[in-house]
Ligand binder design. Sequence first.
Ligand code: ADP
Ligand code: MG
Length: 175
Amino acid sequence: MPASSMTETQLEIISHSPAETAAIGEALAGCLQDGDVVLVHGDLGAGKTTLAKGIASALGIEDVVSSPSFALVNEYDTGLAAPVTRVYHLDLYRLRSEDDLASIGFDDFMAPTGGIAIVEWPERAATALPERFLLVEIETVRPGSRRLRFVPIPDDEVSGRCIESLRSHIGSNAG
Ligand code: ADP
Ligand code: MG
């Protein structure tokens, strides 16, 4: 089978409100499992934390710290045994240098066997990112509207699984 046949096409969703962005995060949570890494790319105020809160909320976590936060990483227990036991929320906005990644044990979060990792400002850790992840890019379209782009990584298992799942979720809610 040619490799390209395994590759999902990009998925774009327009969100018209913070609540819609959170709901997309909630839908996204349904495809995630321990070991997954979600990279959320976008400018300040794009809605990265809003999306992360939606993911966490669907997993029973309601106390995600709002950005800006001084911690580079916050950990939350879902209280569940599976499919997601913990959420590691990383916000690298204040990372001064990639040299500082070692002090927070960044590599362990990028292979999160006991949870999922959600990373804001992943570009700050460009050389330390894992091979497999789900990439979400958020762009401001208008003051209340955002474009969320789920970018497939060729042949990557988590991005294939999640984009497929979101596509069917969106499809079933269309209209
Ligand atoms: P980031 O983490 O990317 O800096 P936040 O999620 O903390 O962004 O904040 C997003 C801001 O944009 C909030 O003030 C929110 O109310 C506003 N906003 C407006 N429209 C949207 C939308 N469609 N989705 C998400 N946030 C939105
Ligand atoms: Mg944020």
